[in-house]
Design a binder for this molecule. Structure first.
Ligand code: ZN
Length: 293
């Protein structure tokens, strides 16, 4: 699959403008016999995988690349078991840890904020009861921000797990993911009107001739449209209060935001690049933070 040496390929993704020493910032280096980058300024040795999700991996990078390739090829999400089978990994635990590392990388920590016209909303998914969604049911709250483009198209999205009553959380979420100066569209709930005082244009629909929000007639409600896209069924079945839940949201977000990338190679490239920009998480942290599942 890869004609070139994986570490050299990774180096170009990680340092597109050339190597820079993480300690002193010097761009002057020489390569050691062990394939490290040795800074001429401060003599620090740097491995291309240090500080990425591949940090201290004992598995060949080629196998990691195969994992990224497999993950980006599946439209409906990947299970750890599927990954274990395809790669021939010995332990399920390893496959599981890899899945979660890759999911973390799917959403870069430094990603750009949404802008333009952005709908901010909350929805409730999953759960076993058929009653009304909302506070008190066992459905899971999801905070949603979605760019609305021309011709009724949805642009990029952000999803986060929300608390049971997410209105105030929704305001904080909006501030985190939407660039100031953008127009935020909501259902007009009272708490959400404070967006207008936080540097945004706030837009909501009212019932004709009154100031009462027309929540039920909001024409652009986003979740029904997201939930008809690939992978949403898997997302809903995974919805649980467990600590792994945010990872599934991240995976869904990555796939949704890349849904128009026709080229599988481009997805591979993008996820691998994000892997080099994502801090490593030791396996024990992954396991302990997800022990609720
Ligand atoms: Zn240096």
């Amino acid at each position: 699959m890869f004609p070139e040496i994986p570490s050299e390929y990774l180096a170009r993704l990680r340092w597109p403008d050339g190597f820079v020493c993480p300690k002193c910032g010097s761009a002057d280096y020489w390569r050691t016999g062990a394939g490290l980058w040795m800074c001429r300024g401060c003599s620090r040795r740097t491995s291309v995988t240090a500080g990425t999700i591949f940090d201290r991996t004992r598995t060949p990078l080629r196998t990691w690349f195969a994992a990224v390739w497999f993950v980006t090829a599946q439209k409906n999400g990947v299970s750890a078991l599927g990954l274990q089978r395809v790669l021939g990994l010995k332990s399920y635990e390893t496959a599981w840890a890899w899945m979660h590392k890759l999911r973390r990388a799917m959403v870069r920590p430094d990603r750009e904020m949404l802008s333009g016209l952005v709908e901010v909303d909350e929805s409730f998914i999953g759960g076993v009861h058929r009653g009304m969604p909302g506070v008190g049911s066992d459905k899971i709250s999801v905070l949603i921000a979605a760019e609305h483009l021309d011709h009724n198209r949805i642009g990029r999205i952000r999803l986060e797990p929300g608390p049971a009553d997410g209105r105030l959380a929704l305001v904080k979420f909006g501030q985190r993911v939407v660039a100031p100066g953008s127009t935020i569209r909501t259902d007009g709930a009272r708490q959400l009107r404070r967006f207008a005082n936080l540097g945004y244009n706030h837009e909501y629909f009212t019932q004709l001739g009154s100031d009462v929000p027309a929540m039920s007639t909001c024409p652009q409600f986003t979740w029904p449209r997201l939930s008809s896209s690939a992978g949403s069924t898997a997302l809903c079945t995974k919805a649980s209060p467990g600590n792994s839940w945010p990872y599934y949201l991240d995976e869904f977000t990555f796939r949704f935001n890349c849904r128009t990338s026709a080229s599988r190679g481009l997805l591979f490239y993008r996820l691998l690049q994000q892997c080099t920009n994502t801090d490593p998480v030791p396996l024990k942290n992954l396991v302990s933070s997800s022990s609720a599942n």
